[in-house]
Write a protein that binds this ligand. Structure first.
Ligand code: HEC
Length: 110
């Protein structure tokens, strides 16, 4: 009986832990949507500006295969024309790394 209870307690603890780990590691797509989407989704000012400057194929950051993490970090920290810079308080390094990994991921793109 006691062993059964321990197993049950362990199962509850472990499910709690994995939920906590998932919350601590926000998914890149969601973070990108929250921090960058307002300008970089289809109707955003960033998308519009990039289309004008670089052409339609470069407009949507999420569809690009040429972005490199150091460039994304640089633009996010310094800004670029109409793109505001993000301080480390506004956007912690850990969040920026997750976003950079999302934008430079390989594999199928939406
Ligand atoms: C307030 C609007 C706004 C937000 C928020 C924003 N951007 Fe931008 N971003 C822009 C604009 C506008 C440009 C185009 C600047 C230009 O080309 O003159 C741009 C350009 C860029 C570029 C350069 C692309 C290239 O090919 O040169 C990168 C990379 C980028 N943004 C990443 C991000 C990331 C990552 C985030 C979120 C952390 C973000 N942006 C949030 C407006 C925004």
């Amino acid at each position: 009986m006691r062993a059964m209870n321990l197993v049950a307690v362990a199962a509850v603890l472990m499910s709690g832990l994995s939920t906590a780990a998932a919350a601590a590691e926000p998914d890149g797509k969601a973070l990108y949507a929250r921090r960058c989407g307002i300008c970089h989704f289809a109707d955003g000012g960033g998308t519009w500006m990039l289309e004008r400057r670089l052409g339609k194929s470069q407009a949507l950051l999420e569809s690009r295969a040429d972005l490199q993490a150091p460039y994304i970090r640089l633009i996010a920290r310094r800004g670029l024309n109409g793109m505001p810079r993000f301080t480390r308080v506004e956007l912690p390094d850990s969040d920026l790394e997750i976003i950079a990994a999302y934008l430079t991921r390989s594999g199928p793109r939406p």
